[in-house]
Design a protein around this ligand. Sequence first.
Ligand code: 8YV
Length: 316
Amino acid sequence: MKPELLVLGSDWPAHVLSQLEQHFHCHFLAQVPQERRAAALADIGPRVRAVLTTGTVGIQAAMLPALPALELVAVNGVGVDALPLALLASRGIAVTNTPDVLTDDVADLAVLLLLAAVRRLPQLDRYVREGQWARAAPLEHARSLKGKVAGIVGYGRIGQAVAARLKSFGLRIRYYQRSLGPAPEQRSASLLELARDSDMLVLCMPGGAQTERMVGAEVLDALGPEGTLVNVARGSVVDEAALVAALREGRLGAAALDVFEHEPEVPEALRALANVVLTPHVGSFTVETRRAMGDLAVANLLAHAEGRPLLTPVRA
Ligand code: 8YV
């Protein structure tokens, strides 16, 4: 008999679905109408030993009582901020994620966003499309990257990969995170100090309670009217209302954002601004990386089902 697997979230890629169907008896909760989900969970919950979910969907604490036999939550993503980690640990439920395989693509997107914001790519694109070039309309100069300081918040795998790329653009790198990290001489003593020291901030820290709204009005003001904010981390790490106000009032120069507080909702006030670049949470959204993430998530599920050690467990 195939092990029962509860799958949360939707839009799973075909190669993941085919592996899941091959090895598991799958229950896709998103396919059950909302009003019947509680009954469906009550029915299948006692037999479910593993859950597969995404980094943004995670699993709600309220669902756990219906899953008394749960042993593993496998996340198809690196972020585990949408999971009640302490509660899962207290019940001895293991968690896996998909680190490393997405680092390069997320770092690439951070650089793409930074370049697009600093060199004003959306404005230039509109300038050509709307015929302003042909009309010789006035065009604002962009800024150079070379010689500027990029402040990276969260100097883990992704932060360091962003730094490696930005160095080749002639940027100087500083960072902030709570622990000293691999290059203490480049670390600013606080996020505020990093914002003061930097021409641009690239947010790469994990989401969750400890980083919630870490970037607020004070940090944005320290970054200043010439400053650029890039966020490839989580929408929760920025005070979105304060960001909109700072951009609108010219207290912050520009922002390039892949993540938002209430995805997929992006406030109209943010969408209306000219000095922003917006992408729909696509740091890892490439054929190659989504394949590698799916393969790793399934490999963790199979290891668990077969009693082998998990490949990429998240330490509680
Ligand atoms: C995905 C992510 O959006 O890895 C993460 O933490 O945010 C992204 O890669 C998501 O988890 C895809 O399932």
